[in-house]
Write a protein that binds this ligand. Sequence first.
Ligand SMILES: *Cc1c(COP(=O)(O)O)cnc(C)c1O
Length: 362
Amino acid sequence: MSKAWNYGAGPSMLPVEVMEKAQAEFLDFNNTGIGIVEMSHRSKEYDAVANHARDTLRKIMNIPDNYRILFEQGGGRGQFAAIPLNLLEEDGFADYFVTGHWSRCAFNECNDKYGKALLHECVEKDDKGQYFINYDKMQVTEGASYAYACLNETVNGIEINNIPDTKGVPLIVDMSSNILTRDIDVSKFGAIIFGAQKNVAPAGLTITIVREDLLGKARKYCPSVLDWSTLDKYDSMYNTPNTFSWYMAGLAFDWIESIGGVSELEKRNIAKANLLYDYVDSSDFYICPIKRSDRSRVNCVFTLKDESLNQAFLEMASQKHLVGLKGHKVLGGMRASIYNAMPIEGVQVLVDFLKQFESANK
Ligand SMILES: *Cc1c(COP(=O)(O)O)cnc(C)c1O
């Protein structure tokens, strides 16, 4: 087997230890004689798997007792609807801090369908042509039901490092692509949502971490499968969950614990991002369009100065088994996603490739 280096944004690379464990027990889980994907979600064996994953996540993220952890389906997009359906009063309004593609999608979902969303454009361009976050724009409006932000814009490569002070208004955040990549203080948030496929597990699982006092406010017509209170009441087994992805998430959480937890991953992610960005900044062949302090540690967006070389770049990358480097279709350019599972060796391989392509085409 020739293994490729996978810089895809999601579904994306998983830790090899997690993949191997899942493979080893795929046909016979824990001496039950059946595979995990063949097992009832209501069996006592599966119940233990589900609880273990939830408890381990609580431990590695230090989630306080007054927060519930829900395992859902429907993805980030599903939660873009679930958030207003659970939190926005019919005649209320919410503040949306837009920093890129995904927060704009969340804004539109709310504003087009469920109620008033106030748009705060928080990204601007400086005189060097680089994008940066204008944190002064992240101001809550008095009386807002909640404020919304996407802490890491997977497409744009922009990450929020300073959590805005929302003066008591619940701050709801999308952490689909940077969950578990850095230490965060969960108590600062009303709710955290994330799709698992970017940094945790296979696609088809979405997790919501929500403060207890925000439950029970859903609109009457909120679909039950998106109603956080219903999911909570049934321990996320109101309907059949994605049992396989939930199990894989549990393996990933165990892996994180085994290597020293989220703070260890944060250290590694800073080192990885610096390795890549230092090289991009030192070269005049590649450009990163974002101000250094606002760049994502895990979705590194860059362009070739001469965009006519894009195709040649991707072809040469693919010959060398470097996959997933093409930027998102709305932005173009290149993007290297270097999530938790990517070891620093994989970033070094990429930097070596960037150098090689540069000297061959200068
Ligand atoms: C991928 C992504 C989404 C959309 O997730 P789906 O599961 O495809 O709905 C939302 N937010 C962020 C930050 C993402 O990276």
